[in-house]
Design a protein. Structure first.
Length: 60
């Protein structure tokens, strides 16, 4: 889809992806990341989201 179409689904995707991308690159939390982070599936014992609800590729 073209960005000029201004579809609601694209706007929602941008709102979710931006904080995830910033966190993945810098490992620095912003207020928006703290909200998004609560929505991921977590390890029941450790509360860790990496490898459970969030998988970063390439693994290394």
């Amino acid at each position: 889809m073209d960005k000029k179409d201004n579809e609601a689904g694209l706007q929602i995707a941008d709102l979710v992806v931006t904080p995830i991308g910033r966190w993945a690159i810098r490992k620095k939390a912003h207020e928006d990341w703290k909200i998004i982070k609560t929505k991921f599936r977590k390890d029941s014992k450790t509360g860790q989201i990496e490898g459970y609800g969030l998988i970063l590729l390439p693994k290394g």
